[in-house]
Design a protein around this ligand. Sequence first.
Ligand SMILES: *Cc1c(COP(=O)(O)O)cnc(C)c1O
Length: 485
Amino acid sequence: MNYTSTRDSALCTGASTAILTGIAPGGGLFVPQQFPQVDMREFYGLTYPQTAQKVLGMFLTDYDPDFLKTATEQTYSTENFGGKAGFAAHVAGNTYALELWHGPTCAFKDYALQLMPRLLVEAKKNLGETGVTKILVATSGDTGKAALAGYAGLPGIRIAVFYPNAGTSEVQRLQMATQEGDNVAVYAVNGNFDDAQTGVKRVFADEDLAQELAAKNEKLSSANSINWGRLVPQIVYYFYSYAQLAERGDIAPGAPVSFCVPTGNFGDILAGYYAKRMGLPVEKLICASNKNNVLTDFLTTGVYDARRTFYKTSSPSMDILVSSNLERLLYHVTQDAAAVAGWMRELAEHGHYTVPAEVLSAIRETFACGCANDAQVREEIRARYEADGYLCDTHTAVAFRVARQQAAGETPCVVLSTASPYKFPCDVLGALGADVPEDEFEAMRLLQEKTEVPAPASLAGLREKPVRFTQVVEKDGIRAAALAL
Ligand SMILES: *Cc1c(COP(=O)(O)O)cnc(C)c1O
């Protein structure tokens, strides 16, 4: 399988290079040149690691299959994912929750970020690279911790994470600030997530810095969801959850299913698009946004307009105005790198772009959309708990709400449940109508007492861990932090 760039279809390279470099020359994103075709029946009866091995093997053709086997077995082990990798719970009627938060940091990003470090180290081996790789990550909360946990202690790798100061939950902040390991650094950035992301992107584009680093045999790389190595592991759980429903008799084998995905950077839902293009029977992919509903507007009108108020919501991992992975969808739908490059230039220069009507209608054949504000999220958390006995976090609640508005009649709908309710204990407890204490750990305790749903040990134990990182930098300080790493 070869990869090209969303902004330059003359480019052609292998998976190892795509994963090691993260972003294509000229700022485009790496995309596969074809979609491998599968027969869903091949997936029935497979374990999660086997499913992962099969999907990864089709895309990462320059990786040794034995490596992929070992890596997927170790990553998605019972020890790491509590025996619940890709588990789809029945919620009510024909609605399911694909619980993606049984990994070490309690959010779905573990699926990619527990595996990607291994893919990166192997890519270096495949390409004969001996230098130090410096990973820079902009995070709205969950990515940072998941990346730190995945990369800590790996040879030849250093990682620095940048999160918006006061833009994360206290649990998220502590998860990052207490990270162990000699090869890690964590910074708060004065600004919101887009400031952090723009700051990091600017450092990646800085050629002087690249030269300075090259002289020391060092190179930058990204773990953000623009890296192909982040996306490809996320395709797996679409196949695995579908097979699970079919095997349980919840759906007839081959019947169409919709997936509703709480969306920020458009990575998770794009993985569902890949699964559909490969042959998974997907009816609709429903893009669920919070009050930062730039994607709802885009998928409704064809106008992407980032010139709008940025809201801090109770689902901070979706507080994003520039959804980077949308670029990949635009490329796959149009096959027109020049057009994509033009839209991205308009976005960078003027903050908006408009796609032609035929592009929008092609997208809408697969994608539905909707959004929910914080009050609706609170109602939804309470309704799912009281009516269905199902406790969900704020991000998942956005998707439940939108799924109820958008899911088509009889078609079963799988809601991607992206974080443990205990990552956002104050909001969840408040939504259930209880008095909310100042302290998030006390909220965790009260939530557990009220619902009898056990809190993950890795979260409950955070309070006792020593804080290692407290530094706050300006957006312009990211370059110096990268040099010092
Ligand atoms: C990152 C994240 C999302 C959004 O996923 P994207 O791939 O950025 O669209 C949703 N929910 C949670 C909990 C997340 O951490």
